[in-house]
Design a protein around this ligand. Structure first.
Ligand code: G6P
Length: 650
């Protein structure tokens, strides 16, 4: 989604801003624009156009001097993808320029009143009201900073924005309310950015802005040092939040891979290993989650877990819901963050709200966290991007440590989120009270490889959530083996590629799974439609006969997740139902199970593991299938049309 960049310092600003915009490309965008101010000639240069940065740098005039520049990648919300709607936007007098990420919800009312006062608008965007509003306040005699503050108070919605006024050419202004914006502080130079990715171009030290804060960066005179001041336009006290970004630039390389998406899929074992590193106490069947230690006491009192997330992260949450209830026996619900606060959820100080987000910036998930906090719930984040807004808003958290994810479609984040949730579940279940070193827990006396023996003991007191040492150890030992088992699945990558190519002409797909693999079916279908634009839908295999089966014919294939687990036989019955209607079936099953060979059209094998951990393996062929099929169709897999990586508007 929109990316914003601003540079002010002593270097040529434009090349830095262009490079920084390239680093934000992964967020998804459809237009690009830059402004540079040449202090010597006192001239503003502005270039903007729809399309990609690569075309922009070929066609736009980018040889301009100047030590101040702002840049923007637009992901259209208000108004089509046109040059007029690309940012920056400016006022009637051509002096005040703004780039914006977010939505100004009350823009129409403001626009109407400004039009009545004679302001002329050039675009259909919501953003354009901001420079005109500042201009209007200046006309009324306000000082520039006051005019900015008043305007920011009036606009409602979400925003991160940069403002440049050529009457104050030494100043660059950044402001945020529910939109991401950070300020990198270099040596006498500053860089604003939507996320940490471009910051390392000039700085390691960052300032995280909070909602309602506006920062004025002043370049100073020729002798003076550049400086910044932060104020609150909402009147709260400002406590400056500093941080350090030690982001590795080389992570942005594709290495030997043609696309980030396939690189990130192949990184899933490595990423998972990083998620687990230092967090497993295998001997004790426990997990060490440093980020949760300070809230441990409160965690012990929670009675219900609510997970909030969007997209792929919401499917990781659904997998978590199954094992939280089965193994930790805590009532668990999953809410799509976009629905959460509008349905008046019943939560209180005994509720743990777990926000799951790769970017840590998703507007709906952030809004859900704020809602939960207002209602007194304890909030924790399962977030990948360190220092992101959600990570800083929650009470405590567990980072995913998946490494940077650049492809718009999330892959390695999904598996690391599930792993984080396993660690959290064990943290809650095992550590709840004194555990039995002998492993002779009353609850889980036995288990088998399919994990179907999480036996419920009705006599146990409802609040005594205690998982046996044996069970805790078993799950963690098996989790620790998953990266190795994932690598076994990758040995079949070529076979999966051939399958994807075989089915590439199909216009529709149905993804089916039961229990732990129902969310995997959702993830597989989402991945396919995101990157190949082929229609795919998923449903629990048992639901198929309540509607989706009507779609099945020889041209409508089904991808069925059928590992040998507690629901295997039932899933096989569903496969039979599809075959009886001449539907083609690709099945994912457990290695060693030959039974499906005769029944289905194609089989993909995954290694045996605990039932609750199968999603970590069964999703790999689905990620590969979506990628290879999209490639076969010539799609831009890293930047699929209409999608954004970081969805910062509701
Ligand atoms: C966008 C991305 C998805 C992602 C979802 C949630 O839609 O394209 O890949 O799953 O946002 O993002 P988050 O960063 O909160 O995990």
């Amino acid at each position: 989604m929109c990316g914003i960049i601003g540079y002010i310092g002593s270097k040529r600003a434009l090349p830095i801003v262009i490079k920084a915009l390239e680093r934000l490309e992964y967020r998804g965008y459809d237009s690009i624009g830059v402004l540079v101010y040449d202090q010597d000639k006192k001239i503003v240069y502005l270039e903007k156009q729809p399309g990609r940065i690569q075309e922009f740098v070929k066609t736009a005039q980018l040889d301009k001097e100047g030590n101040l520049a702002i840049g923007h990648t637009r992901w259209a919300t208000h108004g089509g993808v046109t040059k007029a709607n690309a940012h920056p936007h400016w006022d009637c007098a051509n002096k005040i320029f703004v780039v914006h990420n977010g939505i100004i919800e009350n823009f129409q009312v403001i626009k109407n009143s400004l039009v009545e006062k004679g302001h002329k608008f050039r675009s259909e965007t919501d953003t354009e009201v901001i420079p005109h509003l500042i201009e209007e306040f200046l006309k009324r005699g306000l000082e520039y900073k006051e005019a900015v503050g008043q305007s920011l108070k009036i606009v409602k919605g979400s925003f991160a924005l940069l403002i440049f006024n050529s009457d104050y050419p030494q100043l660059l202004v950044g402001a945020r309310f529910s939109g991401p914006l950070i300020l990198g502080v270099g040596d006498n130079e500053f860089i604003f950015a939507s996320d940490p990715t471009p910051i390392s171009l000039i700085a390691k030290n960052v300032i995280y802005l909070d909602d309602g804060e506006v920062v004025f960066v002043d370049k100073g005179g020729s002798e003076a040092k550049a400086s910044y001041t932060i104020e609150s336009f909402l009147g709260h006290e400002v406590a400056v939040k500093k941080g350090v970004i030690d982001f590795e630039i080389k992570e942005a390389d594709k290495g030997d891979f043609p696309d980030f998406m396939i690189k990130e899929i192949f990184e899933e074992p490595l990423a998972l290993g990083n998620t687990l590193r230092g967090r497993l106490i295998l001997q004790e069947g426990r997990t060490k989650l440093g980020g949760l230690e300070m809230i441990e006491k409160k965690l012990r009192q929670i009675e219900k877990v609510v997970m909030v997330a969007c997209g792929t992260a919401s499917y990781a949450a659904l997998v978590g819901e199954y094992f939280f209830e089965e193994y930790a026996e805590i009532t668990t619900e999953v809410d799509l963050a976009s629905e959460f606060r509008y349905r008046k959820p019943i939560i209180n100080d005994k509720t743990l709200v777990v926000a799951i987000s790769q970017s840590g910036e998703t507007a709906d998930t952030l809004a859900a966290v704020k809602e939960a906090k207002e209602k007194g719930a304890l909030t924790i984040g399962v977030v990948n991007v360190v220092g992101s807004t959600i990570a800083r808003t929650v009470d405590a958290g567990i980072y995913s440590h998946a490494g940077s994810e650049f492809a718009v479609a999330s892959t390695k984040a999904f598996t690391t989120q599930i792993a984080d949730l396993v660690l959290l579940m064990i943290f809650l279940a095992r550590d709840y009270s004194e555990y039995d070193i002998s492993g002779n827990s009353a609850r889980y006396s036995e288990y088998d490889i399919s994990g179907n023996s999480a036996r419920y003991n009705p006599e146990r007191k409802s609040k005594e959530r205690k998982m046996s040492l044996v069970m805790g150890r078993r799950i963690l030992e098996e989790l620790n083996q998953i990266p190795k088992k994932m690598r076994v699945v990758f040995e079949d990558a070529e076979k999966i590629k051939a399958l994807a190519e075989k089915y590439a002409r199909c216009k529709n797909f149905l993804y089916l799974g039961r229990k732990y693999n129902f969310p995997v079916a959702l993830e597989g279908a989402l991945k396919l439609k995101e990157v190949s634009y082929i229609h795919a839908e998923a449903c629990p295999a048992g639901e198929m006969k309540h509607g989706p089966i009507a779609l099945i014919d020889e041209n409508f294939p089904s991808l069925v997740l059928a590992p040998e687990d507690s629901v295997y036989e039932k899933t096989v019955s569903n496969i039979q139902e599809i075959k009886a209607r001449k539907g083609k079936v690709i099945a994912v099953t457990t290695a060693g199970n030959q039974d499906l060979e005769k029944l289905v059209d194609d089989v993909i094998y995954i290694p045996k593991t605990l039932e609750m951990l199968t999603p970590l393996l069964s999703v790999i062929p689905l990620h590969l299938f979506a990628y290879y099929l999209a490639k076969k169709l010539g799609r831009d897999v890293d930047r699929p049309r209409n999608l954004a990586k970081s969805v910062t508007v509701e």
